[in-house]
Ligand binder design. Structure first.
Ligand code: SAH
Length: 252
């Protein structure tokens, strides 16, 4: 009898300890631990995104994979869609524009064939995410965004995240960034019908331009400068928002 009561007592005290531990954990999670578990949560989602959406489709460059794991994609996405940040699809970023699907960001980053110290021009800053991924690869990024509101927001996001290697210019990217040219890579994340001439001129010898070309049907192309010539190959069909501004006036 005694023994049984005693046993019952120890079960009760074990439950009491368990409740105390749970209560302590619950208290903690409203304080400092909340931030840590938030970080652990997005990191888990981002690791899974890289494994299931990017490596599985053949992207291999270790610098690209590491950058895609480390950049907090959710912080580039408006709060309303943030829960879907690591999904296998593009998302709205306001002003009828979109942040590309993670796989496309990784693929384009790999196709540039750039690394630490390279200088890359981006046309279409959008949220700033693609630029941040390149910066995480050690690249110096010069990015141009035509819509003032997106341009300002991207600047703010990149400043908050202390991404110093990206310079953002607000305006039409048609003419490129001649003061800094030639570039070791050019990435265009809005689709023109034809490739803007000034961008081709700003490509360094041996460098790649990664660009979606077309109207409704678009192809992702890699254009490489070889001396005074350009070699071009199509990679996959894609669907980007149109490149606007001067390129449309040129009928391109
Ligand atoms: N790279 C972006 C996604 C870009 S969406 C990201 O990581 O979030 C394409 C962007 O290109 C849009 O923001 C659009 O406003 C911009 N754009 C379209 N035409 C442009 C032009 N002529 N010059 C600069 N930006 C342009």
């Amino acid at each position: 009898m005694m023994a049984r009561r005693c046993q019952g007592g120890s079960v009760l005290s074990a439950i009491a300890v368990a409740i105390a531990v749970l209560a302590a954990a619950a208290c903690d999670s409203s304080g400092g631990q909340a931030r840590d578990s938030g970080k652990a949560d997005w990191q888990m989602q981002s690791d899974r995104m890289v494994k299931e959406q990017i490596e599985s489709r053949g992207v291999k460059d270790p610098r690209v994979l590491a950058a895609m794991r480390s950049v907090p994609r959710h912080l580039f996405i408006p709060p309303a869609s943030r829960d879907d940040a690591y999904g296998d699809f593009p998302l709205p970023i306001g002003d009828s524009q979109t942040i590309s699907q993670p796989y496309i960001v990784a693929l384009m980053s790999e196709l540039l064939e750039v690394g630490p110290g390279s200088r890359v021009l981006e046309i279409g800053t959008g949220s700033g995410y693609q630029a941040a991924v390149l910066a995480a690869m050690g690249v110096e990024v010069y990015s141009i965004e035509i819509l003032p509101r997106l341009c300002e927001r991207a600047r703010e996001t990149l400043t908050e995240l202390e991404v110093d290697a990206v310079q953002v210019r607000c305006g039409d990217g048609y003419g490129g960034w001649p003061e800094v040219a030639p570039f070791d890579g050019i990435i265009v994340t809005a689709a023109p019908a034809t490739v803007p001439g000034p961008l081709l001129e700003q490509l360094a010898e041996g460098a790649n331009m990664v660009i979606p070309v077309g109207n409704f049907y678009q192809e992702l192309k890699v254009i490489t400068r070889v001396g005074r010539d350009f070699q071009e190959r199509s990679v996959i069909p894609v669907r980007f928002v149109p490149m606007t501004g001067e390129v449309e006036r040129q009928g391109g």
